[in-house]
Every structure is written in C-alpha cells, then in structure tokens.
Write a protein that binds this ligand. Structure first.
Ligand code: GLV
Ligand code: GLV
Length: 320
C-alpha cells in the first residue's frame, strides 16, 4: 500500500478510487489547507493530488521526500507546478485536460454573452430597485452574429469556444505558436493571424493559452490600444496573462468596450476599479465549476496517480 495525500477537498468519487487500493490522507475542509500543515502531511507520501491553489516547488518536493513518485494536479492549468523541478527528481506530474473542455468553453461563451449584451449590468438594475421600463433604446448591447471572435490559443478549450461561436453565426480567427490541427481549422474555418493583426480585427478576443513566462501580460497597454474601441476581452485562462492595471486604464480611456473575467491577476483579489465598471462582468474562477466536470477531474487525477503507482504512465502527463 502506498501513501497518498490529497491536499484539498475533491469529489468523493476520486477519493474512493484511491482508498480502494491505498492509504489515503485527504484534507476534508473546504478551506485551503494551511501551507505548514500541508508540508507536514505530505512527508513520506508516494503520491500527492494537488489543487491549483497549491504551489508545488522545491520546498514542497523536499518536504515530501525522495519516495514521491507522482504529483497529480486536479486542474488543467499547472502554472502552480514547477515542472522542471519534478523532472529533475524523476517525479511524474499530471493535469486534467479534456474533461473540463466543454464546461470551460461554456463559461467563456457565457461571459461573452453577458458582457456584449450587458446582462450583468442589467441584472444589477433590477436588484438595486432602480426604476426601469422597456424602451427602444434601453440598454442595447452588441449582437454576436456576423462578428469576429479571436481565440488566443486554439487548443481544446479554444476550439470548443470556436464551435459555439460558429453556431452563433460568428467568424472565428486565432493566434497560436503553431498551426492548429487541420481538422479543427477546417471545422471552424478559422484563419490564423499574428497577434497584432488579430487584435485589430476582432470584436471579441478570448484567452485560452497557458500561463507561462512568455504569456505574462500578453494583454497589456499596447495590445489594448490595437483593439477596436467596440471590442471586448474575455479571460477564462489565468489572471496574469492580462495586465489588470492596463486593462483598467484601457477601459477608462474607452479603448475597449468591456471585459468578461473569470480569473484575476492577484486572485482572489480583484482590482478595485473593475468593481465599479458596469461594462465588466466578474466571475469568481468558475470555469470548470459543474458537479459533473469536477467529478471527472477528481477521478482523472486519481487514475493518473494510481497509474504511476502501478508503474504505468499517467493518462495526461505534464512531465517528460
Ligand atoms: C482551472 O482553472 C483549471 O486550470 O483547471
Ligand atoms: C459583474 O460585475 C457583473 O457584471 O455581473
């Protein structure tokens, strides 16, 4: 029996898979486990399941010890994990792609609808008991049909959003480090553009790239200036891909029409100025937040850990 530590509360279906074969120490509170407590508990673990709020670095790996074989992140994004540090020690890392693709694309699409149709702002009118009345020119938004969506990073989530956009009558273009798979490009009729050309072209830009050194503040002052003043930004990827201060400045200057944000640069802190802007829709990192998807993430992470403990490769590795 191996020792497995789960550093945050996850759906029991994942825990059940683990306990069927191994000794499991699973944090059972909805609060985040304090760092000190986590570093104590992972000592001697053969496998650790982590949440995206846990930093997996040299300190973490030292605390766990040399017997550690696998770190299975219960998230698709893994900027919380120092992958080279894992590789140096021969520890396998894994994430949970695919199972959250549709749910996260739904979230991005919902943000796009909410911000372009002003539904957040409109709902606040009613809740605040502000007098209102149907009117020909009352709270008009921008229709999506015939508009162009720019997808930054045409991976699985970006492509799933592209499918939704196409079904709503939008044109889809994308920017990426490399050409997307031919079948995806053909299905979406998506043209690849360099980032600057895309920024000038699109009516909505949605971010679906990983957070890396190279994507830090990918959207900043210069980029917002290139966008049409009628265009919108959607971010369901990672907060620091957007320079939040530059976004606030651009919105104040009218350089873009609005933003729909599910993630924030200093999460869970949100830039104060955003809270006061009616053309901004704010969600508390709910990208993959459905019962079905969180269950699938937990069981995939559990299978990844079990595979490695059984001497096999994980289904969805992030280490070489
Ligand atoms: C959520 O943000 C994830 O990366 O799974
Ligand atoms: C939040 O700001 C929203 O528009 O719902």
């Amino acid at each position: 029996m191996a020792k497995i530590v789960v550093t945050g509360k996850i759906p029991h279906e994942g825990i059940d898979l683990l306990t069927a074969e191994h000794e499991v120490d699973a944090w059972d509170s909805l609060d985040q486990m304090p760092r000190d407590e986590m570093l104590r508990r992972i000592k001697g673990a053969d496998a650790v399941l982590t949440l995206l709020t846990e930093k997996v670095d040299d300190e973490f790996l030292d605390a766990a010890g040399e017997q550690l074989k696998v770190v299975a992140n219960v998230a698709v994004g893994y900027n919380n994990i120092d992958v080279p540090a894992l590789e140096k020690r021969g520890v396998v890392g894994s994430n949970t792609p695919k199972v959250l693709t549709e749910t996260t694309a739904d979230t991005a699409f919902a943000l796009m609808m909410m911000v372009t149709r002003r539904f957040g702002e409109a709902e606040r009118v009613i809740r605040s008991k502000t007098p209102w009345q149907w009117g020909m020119f009352y709270m008009l938004g921008m229709g999506l049909q015939g508009k162009t969506l720019g997808v930054v990073g045409l991976g699985q989530i970006g492509a799933a959003l592209g499918r939704r956009a196409k079904a709503f009558g939008m044109d889809v273009v994308y920017s990426d480090r490399s050409e997307a798979p031919a079948d995806v490009v053909a299905e979406l009729g998506a043209k690849r553009m360099d980032m600057d050309e895309m920024l000038r072209t699109v009516d909505v830009i949605s971010l679906h790239c990983p957070y890396l050194d190279s994507t830090h503040h990918l959207m900043s002052t210069e980029q917002f200036k290139l966008m049409k003043p009628t265009a919108y930004l959607v971010n369901t990827a990672r907060g620091p891909i957007v320079d939040e201060q530059a976004l606030v400045d651009a919105l104040k200057a009218g350089e873009l029409a609005g933003a729909g944000l599910d993630v924030f640069e200093k999460e869970p802190e949100v830039h104060e100025a955003l809270l006061t802007m009616d053309n901004v829709v704010l969600l508390p990192h709910l990208g993959s937040a459905t019962i079905e998807t969180r269950t699938a993430m937990a069981t995939l992470a559990a299978r990844n850990a079990l595979n490695v403990l059984a001497g096999k490769a994980p289904e969805t590795p992030i280490t070489k």
